[in-house]
Structure formats: C-alpha cells, structure tokens
Ligand binder design. Structure first.
Ligand code: FES
Length: 128
C-alpha cells in the first residue's frame, strides 16, 4: 500500500442496464488539501468517465447535494478532506433510490426557477 495514494471502493450501479450493484476500486494520488468530491472528479476526468455523482454545486458544505455514505456514514463529499494512505468505501446515500452510481433521487426539485441550485431540507440527513 502506497502512503501517497488513496484507495476508494466505489459503488457502481445503473438500474437501467445492470442486474445488480458492483464495487470498483480506484487508487488515486494523494495531495495536500484533496477533498473527496475533487477525488471523484479526478477519477471521472482521468480514469473512468462513466462514474456518476453530483458534481460541485455549492462546494462549501451548504447545499447538501453531495451527500453520500463514506464508510457507512452520511457525509458531504465536498468537505471531506482525504488523508494519505486511507481506504474508503463510497456508497450512495442510504434510503434514496439510486439513479446511477452515487447519484440518488432526493425526491425534491433541486433547482430554483432561475436554474440555480437550492439548499435541501434537513430531513435528508435525519432519514439516513
Ligand atoms: S456541494 Fe457539497 S454541500 Fe454543496
């Protein structure tokens, strides 16, 4: 295990084509200040363009669109700082239907009439 790497085991599932969910392992280079959401973006941009997750919306732990399960706990991926050498299990938010991979159906309209992203209500966190 390389201390300068991060190991992510990521839930993969497309209900429209897959019989069952699988997990895919990714090893990425650690760097100071790397956030989980940025790491997922690096994977998508450099290794696997099929990986689906909600990309940065607010990017500052406000809107809650990036909620996902990390080692079994619901966290905001945009504020989860990664440590060198750690291994994480990344899964979609519990209790919500999976649209694809880490994208779940929150069951609410997530944008304002002007098209900007709005903050979700706290009920999402209470249900997980
Ligand atoms: S993108 Fe993470 S809370 Fe908004």
């Amino acid at each position: 295990m390389n201390k300068k790497s991060i190991y992510l085991k990521v839930f993969r599932y497309d209900p429209s084509t897959d019989y069952a969910p699988t997990y895919k392992n990714y090893e990425i280079q650690w760097r100071e200040g790397l956030l989980l959401l940025k790491a997922l973006k690096d994977i998508r941009d450099n290794f696997d363009e099929t990986l689906a997750f909600r990309d940065f919306c607010c990017g500052c732990s406000w809107c809650m669109s990036c909620l996902m399960m990390v080692n079994g706990k619901a966290i905001r991926a945009c504020s989860r700082l990664l440590k060198a050498g750690e291994s994480l299990l990344i899964e979609p938010l519990k209790g919500k239907p999976v649209i694809k991979d880490l994208v779940v159906d929150y069951g609410i309209k997530m944008t304002t009439p002007q098209g900007t992203f709005k903050k979700m209500e706290g009920i999402l966190v209470k249900k997980v």
